[in-house]
Design a protein around this ligand. Sequence first.
Ligand SMILES: Nc1ncnc2c1ncn2[C@@H]1O[C@H](COP(=O)(O)OP(=O)(O)OP(=O)(O)O)[C@@H](O)[C@H]1O
Length: 578
Amino acid sequence: MVDKRLVNLFKRQPSLKPYLFITALCILAEIILSLVMAQSLRVITDSAIEVNYGPFYTYLIVLLTTTALLSLCVGVKTFSTGHLSERISFNLRKKGTQKIIDLPQSKLDTMHSGDSMSKLSNDLQLIRQFLEYDGYFLVLRPLMAVTSLVYLLWLNWQLTLISLIVLPVLILATSLLGKPIAKYSKGLQDELSSMNNSTQDILGGVSIIKAFNLQEVVRQKFDKQVDRSLNRGVELGKKRAVLQSLTVAFSFIPFLATFGIGGYLTVIGSMQPGALLAFINLLNNLTFPIAQIPNHYGSYKTAMEGLKRIFKLLDEEKERDNGQTFDIYEGETLVDIQNLTFGYNGNEVLKNLSFTVRKGETIALVGPSGSGKSTIFKLLTGFYSGYSGKISMFGKDLTKWNLDGLRSNISTVSQDTYLFPATIMENLVLAKTGCSKEDMVRASKIANAHDFIQKQPDKYNTKVSERGDNLSGGQKQRLAIARAVLKNPKLLLLDEATSALDTESEAVVQSALEKAMEGRTSIVIAHRLSTIVKADRILVLDNGCIIEEGNHQELLAQKGFYYSLYHKQFKKNKGGVA
Ligand SMILES: Nc1ncnc2c1ncn2[C@@H]1O[C@H](COP(=O)(O)OP(=O)(O)OP(=O)(O)O)[C@@H](O)[C@H]1O
C-alpha cells in the first residue's frame, strides 16, 4: 500500500528517525487523549447530574490536563512533521540538482529545463505539503476511527450500529470520488510542468520574440496552455467540492441518528446523559476522519506522482565517473582518431574519420553547416560516447580516462559563452582554483579583456548579470577566452564563430583567439581566412567525412571541395568571417 520509495526516503536518512519516532508518539498520544477526553466528559456530566463532587473534580482535572497535553501534542507534531517535510524536500532538491549536474550531456540535450524546474519546485512542494500535513492525518485518522469505534461499541453497541448505518455509503462515495481526484491531480501536474517549460522558453527567447514581433503569437499559445491548466484546476476543484459536500452531508446523518435515538434513550433512562455526550464527542472522531481520508489519500496520490517524477530524474544514469587520470603525457601525438563513426539516435553524423593532432599544431576544421565539426568537439571532451572506432587522448584511449581528468587538460571556447551571475573574477578563477591575481590578469591580457575589465565600475569585482546582459557579445567571448587560457590546457578547442559581432569587436576577439593559440595545440572550427591560412593542417569535412586534408596552399592546388569552398566563402571575406 505505502509507496516503497516513500519508505526508502526515510530509510536513507537515519537522522530523521528521532523525528519519525516523535511523530508516531504524537499519533499515539492524540488517540489516547481523545478517548480520555470523551471518558472525562462522560463522568463529569454524570457526576454533575448526580451531584457527586468527588469524581466531578477528579475528572475535571483530568480533562484540563488532557486539553493541555493535546495542545502540547499538536505543537510537537507540527514541529516534527515540519522538520521531516523540510529535511526531505531539501534533500530531494539537493539530490535532484546534483543529478542534473552529473547527467551525461547526451541526456541533458534531450531534457527540457522547464520540466526539471517543475520537478524541483511544484512536485517538491506537493511532497512537502503531504509530509507536513496530510501524511500525519492519513495515519492518525484511520487509527482514531478504529479506537473510537471500539469505545462507542463498548458504550452502546446498538446505538453505534444504528448511527453508523450510512457509513458504508460514505466510504463508498468518497472512495469513488477520490479516484478521479487523483487522476485530475496528475493531469494538472503534467500541465503545470509543460507551462513551466513554456515560461522558461519565453524567458530565454524574449528578445527574439520582440525582434520578430511574435508577442501576440506567443501570448496566444501561452494563454491556451494557461486555459488548459485552469480547466484542469477547475475540474479538480469541482470534484473536490462534490466530495466535500457529500462528506459533510453523510457525516451529519450519524449525528442526527444519535441525537434522535440517543436523546430518546436518555429520556427513558436507558442511557446516561454523560454517555450520550461522550458518544457524540467520539462519533465526531469516527465519522470526520473517515470523511477526510479520501482527501488525504488524494494528496498522498498527488505527492506520490510528484515523487515518481522526481525519482525518474534521480534514477537517470550518471555520466560515468570511472577511469583514470593519467600523468603528464610526454608523447608527440595528443589526439589520435582512428575510424571514428558516430551518430545521434541512429543517424550517422561522423563516418569513419581518422586524423591525428600533434603537439603544438593548429588544426582547422572547415566544412558546411551540419557537417559534424562541433560533434567532433563533443566526442573529444567525452560529452558523448557510443562511438565506434578509436579515440586516443594524450596517449591513452578515451574510454580509459576519467572524464574530469581528461577535461582538466582541455579548454573549450564554444559559440555560446555562458557566464555565471557572479563577479568577473569569480567567472575567471573557476577555470583554475587557487590561481594568483597575476595569472588572472595575464590571461585577461592575452584575451584582450584586461582593458575593458579595468573600465568596469568595480573592475574585476564587477558583477556579471544573468546571461551576461551587462556585457557586449565580444566582451563575453573575450572573458571566455581568458577563462580558457587561465586553465593553461594541453589542448585548446575553439569555435571561432564571430559572426554575431561587429567588425571592430570581431577583430579584437580574433586577435585574442590568435594570442590564445600561440604556443599551444589547438583544434579550431575555423570561420576566418586568416586562421585557415595560418593553420598547420586543414581538415575539410562534408557530410561527416574528411574529404580533404592539407595546408591552405596544398588544398588550393588540389582544386577540389576546399578550393570551391574557399572561393565561395572565405575569399570574398578576405580575412573576415566565413
Ligand atoms: N544533440 C543532438 N541530437 C541530435 N542531432 C544532433 C545533435 N547535435 C547535432 N546534431 C546533428 O548532427 C549533425 C552535425 O551537427 P554539428 O553541430 O556537429 O555540425 P557543425 O558542422 O558543427 O555545424 P555548424 O557549423 O552549423 O555549427 C547535424 O545534422 C545536427 O542536426
